[in-house]
Design a protein around this ligand. Sequence first.
Ligand SMILES: *Cc1c(COP(=O)(O)O)cnc(C)c1O
Length: 367
Amino acid sequence: MVGETILEIDLSALKNNFNILRTKINENTMLLAVVKAFAYGSDAVRIAQYLEKLGVDYFAVAYIREGVLLRKAGIKTPILVLHPQAVNFDLLLKFQLEPSLYSFKTLNAFIAVANTNSTDRFPVHLKFNTGLNRLGFSQHQMEDVAEIINSNNSIHVASVLSHLAASEDEKEREFSLHQINRFKDITEKFESLCGYSFIRHLCNTSGVVNFPEAHFDMVRCGIGMYGFDNMEKTVFEFRPIASLKTIISQIHNIDSGQSVGYNRAFISDCPKKIATLPIGHADGIGRQYGNGAGAVYILGQKASIVGNVCMDMIMVDVTEIECKEGDEVVLFDKNTTAEDFAKNGNTISYELLTGISQRIKRIFISE
Ligand SMILES: *Cc1c(COP(=O)(O)O)cnc(C)c1O
């Protein structure tokens, strides 16, 4: 019995996903685990500690403060910060985090801080834009980047990276192959320009699945670690690590013509049994799931969300279910996954998972 709303994290599923990824990549290819956004809404520290024990090669977070949290918890593995903000570069140095630098502005700002701190060959990662048009140096800026790198001993290029725009999309295969070729070009030329080799990495999870020829020296996996491969048909046997569960707080029997919830968005056309659950939009179940779009499972039976989603509660139709107050409710788990749930709200597993509020208790199990 869960007793309250919980996000249950199955560490054996995490281990399964890690092992799958490890066997799908070359023995010499490094595995970086992306643990940004609280490890996709689960728990960055616990996930990182577990993956560190399993022997992961690298971690990545989006922001510097996320990396600081991991260091303070004792994580020793190298941590790449994908989108560091220059105001926090001092903090980054202090906690031995490694920046991804993607523009002359970020590169020069980091060198200034590195020089002030008299660092010696501090590891940095250079990001090139190969078509996503989000972050990254342009290919034609390579010579100027190399010149700056070569005239500063305070930093050292640990890796060169880029990011695929549509690695999960079969229709965009040509575009992805174009990005892969461009990345090959850039890394070859850049290596000769700076005169030493570095780690090359391009693929996210669906890149790992769809482009085995493009794994290079390292792959960056987020969603796969947490159990999803974004493919229409399952390719890798990933297992979702997170289950979102709650309980029934109260049951109301309503007559025909009565309404449920704010703005009387639901009006019943027959007598109904309605259950109120302690989870709402402040917990990450957005208003788009209201009015029948989303559903939960009680005793294995589906119960649709009725009326508007409230901040701390939703109401579900349990007319046909033999349930009582206190019974367990599943929003998503291994059977009805976060991906399935997200689809009903016109979104993706990434958004649903990273939106699960920090006020929900995380429980760790190992099945
Ligand atoms: C988030 C992120 C990843 C992880 O992508 P998944 O699809 O979750 O595997 C990899 N690389 C970069 C640059 C990212 O921002």
